[in-house]
Design a protein around this ligand. Structure first.
Ligand code: ADP
Ligand code: ADP
Ligand code: MG
Length: 636
């Protein structure tokens, strides 16, 4: 076994590999970019080497720097994780040329499966069923259109070099073919530097079922299947093992086909054979087709580990170190059912837009397996994948795994960035999913319910208000006999502003008046009915949905400044008075504008001494949040 390995990756997968290496007594070397200098994987590894600036082309894709780091630290092998250099045959060759071991398949095996067209030709030859379609070399549009007609619509155009759903277009009929072909080719050229495509029969009601394989270069076994049908934009969201409705007969046929595929290329290490399955008539031994092979450890490998009890990373290290396959096919069995949900920093209602931010708070249940590369205080930067964690549960059967998933997602909380947590919770309880009726269109069909933008309830706002007010426990100060303490709080949630008024009855009992509604709140165990935390000027309330409110401090905002030269409206409102004119001189603290917002008057004051360069508002104007009101310039 190696004594030291380098992990050429970041985030959760780097942490995942470190964990097993440590258990095996193998020292680990992390690599990092400047954006990751404080990252968890850097802290967890025994040693860490800086690669370069944040962009991946200058850091995690710099094979030369990674190999040099391995040589300098005395690592004997490099684990590539997934993504980045994991499926790059030139990198494998460079690693080997440097006298190091690549923990993964040979360059030859990666090349054989690297392009979808060549892989399909190879699989056809090996007798593995492939999706009917055209995957030849001719790329002439009129010719491809003719092939599409022969295959029969709907068809799928796929980039031969594709991955991550890029360069893929569904075409419903001949009139749309050429237009889609052009856009698929353009996207493929941009993403992969290769515009070539193949045409496939589009399977209606398709399921994505993949088989985990493991080879030692000669022999290969499979570790059963995973169902990854829950996808949005061809990207996996929740994965499970085994596949719902799988029969012994179909499992044997798919497992056999996957092992045949792996052996056909002398595969060594962990790999995945992805099949597309026609689920319109249940699972059938003649109803699955080879889609592609991923020649690496897969993101969703924890569900396989949960049902087989195998540590796939340990197997990777053992086989890379020259040991034979750790188990025979007949040793493998399935225990229970596992599900994994991918928690991302992303804005679901905005179309699953990746989000960024510093994680203020992060909590997971102890009952689930959590694979994560971040902790509270970590930043989700725009440079890399915005994954926060994978939440994996294991149950006796599918129903109990499903309940465990819902419970685990409920017990998960994140503050500091928007996440897909609410979406995952709704998905985990979607009736078709719960019943095991999954196909790749499930999320899109239910998008309205799953992706709706949640709106805070009066209770959410009220709890945010009391947490924002930070009412100290214990006897009330300033309490007057005839009038309970009353105070206003200003909150914003996105574009919506709230001005709840708190009537403090006792230190632990508050009435929150919101428009014409009154919410009565009682504090028990430092808790106002739902967990909520304040971090600086943000309050996050963790209910069925997570809501993050900005707390607007009218005193601080009176001198709202951006860059010191402009005074902006801190909230939408009505301009009551403008106290300055263009060209006038002001001293720090002078009153500039009075804004009426949310039934209160806010005085905006000069942030510093200066000359008024411009006044953009007049009394009576209605302004939006962020509108420029007064611009200042230095006193000459
Ligand atoms: P998988 O097929 O292993 O489930 P996905 O399909 O979700 O992975 O990922 C799509 C592609 O993006 C894969 O090629 C994967 O290697 C890559 N990828 C996913 N997450 C990351 C990440 N955090 N860093 C780099 N590459 C990633
Ligand atoms: P990528 O390399 O981008 O992962 P894949 O070939 O693995 O591309 O396909 C990604 C997803 O697209 C699949 O998981 C499946 O949901 C869908 N898909 C692929 N091929 C077909 C097909 N022939 N019919 C229907 N859906 C398909
Ligand atoms: Mg794929």
């Amino acid at each position: 076994m190696f004594t030291k390995i380098l992990i050429a990756n970041r985030g959760e997968i780097a942490c995942r590999i470190i964990k097993t290496a440590r258990e095996m007594g193998v020292w680990t070397v992390a690599v990092y970019s400047d954006a990751d200098a404080e990252a968890l994987h850097v802290r967890q590894a025994d040693e860490a080497v800086r690669l370069g600036p944040a962009p991946v082309a200058e850091s995690y894709l710099r094979g030369d720097l990674i190999i040099r780091a391995a040589l300098e630290t005395g690592a004997q092998a490099i684990h590539p994780g997934y993504g980045f250099l994991s499926e790059n045959p030139e990198f494998v060759e460079a690693v080997e040329a440097a006298g190091l071991v690549f923990i993964g398949p040979s360059a030859k095996a990666i090349r054989a499966m690297g392009l979808k067209d060549a892989a399909k030709a190879l699989m056809t030859k090996a007798g593995v069923p492939v999706v009917p379609g055209y995957h030849g070399a001719t790329q002439e549009p009129a010719f491809l259109a003719k092939k599409a007609g022969e295959i029969g619509y709907p068809v799928l155009i796929k980039a031969v070099a594709g991955g991550g759903g890029k360069g893929m277009r569904l075409v419903e009929g001949a009139p749309n073919f050429l237009e889609n072909l052009a856009s698929a080719r353009a996207e493929a050229q941009t993403a992969f530097g290769n515009p070539d495509v193949l045409i496939e029969k589009y399977i209606t009601a398709p399921r994505h079922i993949e088989v985990q394989v493991f080879g030692d270069g000669t022999e290969a076994v499979h570790l059963f299947e995973r169902d990854c049908s829950l996808q949005r934009r061809h990207q996996k969201v929740i994965e499970e093992a085994p596949a719902p409705g799988m029969t012994d007969e179909v499992r044997a046929a798919m497992g056999q086909a996957a092992v045949t595929a792996a052996k056909a290329i002398g595969y060594a290490g962990a790999g995945t054979i992805e099949f597309i399955v026609d689920a319109s008539d249940g699972l059938r031994a003649d109803g699955f087709w080879f889609m592609e092979m991923n020649t690496r450890l897969q993101v969703e490998h924890p569900v396989t580990e949960a049902i087989t009890g195998v540590d796939l990373v340990a197997w990777q290290l053992r086989v890379a170190a020259g040991e034979p396959l750790p188990a025979r096919q007949e040793d493998m069995s399935i225990t229970g059912h596992a599900m994994e949900a991918r928690l991302y920093a992303e804005d679901v209602p905005a179309g699953f837009l990746p989000a960024t931010g510093v994680i203020d708070h992060l909590a997971f249940p102890a009952t689930a397996r959590i694979d994560s590369g971040v902790v509270a205080g970590s930043e989700i930067s725009p440079w890399y994948d915005p994954m926060i964690a994978k939440v994996t549960v294991h149950g006796r059967d599918r129903a109990s795994a499903c309940r465990a998933l819902t419970a685990a997602l409920r017990a998960t909380s994140v503050a500091g960035t928007v996440t897909n947590l609410g979406f995952l919770r709704r998905l985990a309880q979607q009736p078709d999913f719960v019943a095991g009726n999954v196909d790749t269109g499930l999320i899109a069909r239910n998008a309205q319910m799953l992706c709706a933008a949640p709106v805070p309830t009066a209770q959410d706002v009220a709890i945010a208000a009391v947490v924002a007010a930070e009412i100290a426990p214990g006897p009330l100060t300033g309490f007057t006999l005839w009038d309970p303490l009353s105070r206003a709080v200003l909150l914003s949630f996105g574009e919506t502003f709230y001005a709840p008024r708190l009537v403090v009855q006792e230190a632990d009992r508050v009435d929150v008046i919101l428009d014409d509604e009154v919410v009565h709140l009682t504090r028990r165990d430092a808790h106002w009915g739902l967990p909520a935390i304040r971090h600086g000027a943000r309050v996050t309330v963790f209910g069925p949905e997570t809501f993050c409110f900005d707390v607007i401090d009218p005193l601080a905002r009176d001198s709202a400044v951006v860059g010191g030269d402009t005074v902006l409206a801190p909230m939408p409102g009505l301009v009551r008075d403008v106290a300055v004119v263009s060209g006038g001189t002001v001293a720090e603290g002078d009153r500039l504008v009075v804004l009426e917002a949310m039934k209160m008057e806010h005085v905006l004051r000069a942030p510093r001494d200066g000359v008024v360069a411009a006044v953009s508002v007049a009394a009576g104007d209605q302004v939006t949040a962020g509108a420029l009101m007064v611009a200042l310039e230095p006193v000459p």
